[in-house]
Design a protein. Sequence first.
Length: 316
Amino acid sequence: MDKVWRRLRCTQGEKMTTVGLIGLGAMGSGMAQSLRRAGHTVHVFDVRREAAEAFAKDGGVACASLAELGAACDVVISVVVNAAQTEAVLFGTDGQDRGCASHMKPGSVFVMCSTVDPNWSVALEARLEGMGLRYIDAPISGGAAKAASGQMTMMTAGKPEAYAVAEPFLNAMAGKVYKLGDSAGAGSKVKIINQLLAGVHIAAAAEAMALGLREGVNAEALYEVITNSAGNSWMFENRMAHVLAGDYTPLSAVDIFVKDLGIVLDVARASKFPLPLSSTAHQMFMQASTAGFAKEDDSAVIKIFPGIELPAQKGT
């Protein structure tokens, strides 16, 4: 019954509103597919024109500019890397009004899905309200597979009027949409706490696997035991599988956690709140980044440990 209700809501939402998505990366492409699968006509924009056109071949509209997408859509969903890219999406970078914000209709909703400083998100809400636009602070989690299946998690905060317009689209993209407050900031605060745990867990998983390799333990056997024991974590099970496969293709890159744990530490520093584990994990990702692994999968943080032989890529 719940699934039927959600489909009906999305169908009703489509009659009233149009949706656009900016950023067809690992998460954004899956989110756009989920929206399309729910029956929405999805307008998309990506700096890689070919990515937008490839999406549109199977249904949808590839927009040639941010201004075109902003003018066409009542709800604009931004899935870019950071606050700076979000600013560029909204307001442009060259002072020539090439962003989408000034082209959006009054009352339209901007849904921000990046991991950012919560204070920046609060300020952005106020800025957009001054332009007659609504805003939802909506960081995401779950990875590319859950984004593609419409089962990711959204940590959201915003005013009821914004949800009234955007909620059918949020439901189409996510298995869980948490409403954490009626103004911006709460979603981003919960997301950075999630990233604190994710980063620390990846760093700890890498350290554990590295010790096992150093001590001559069979890596496959270690993985099997740990994933069936109390020491397991979702990140150990997921990321150490990448290590065993010798595959560091970036689903989430090392530099993502350089950024995200940096935000965590900045927020805590402003409150004079100690985060010793987060600080150590951040230094580990920084070390991996400066050692040349910045764009590799975040499991490549294991490469900072000396004196270990990592599994070779399977099939090589």
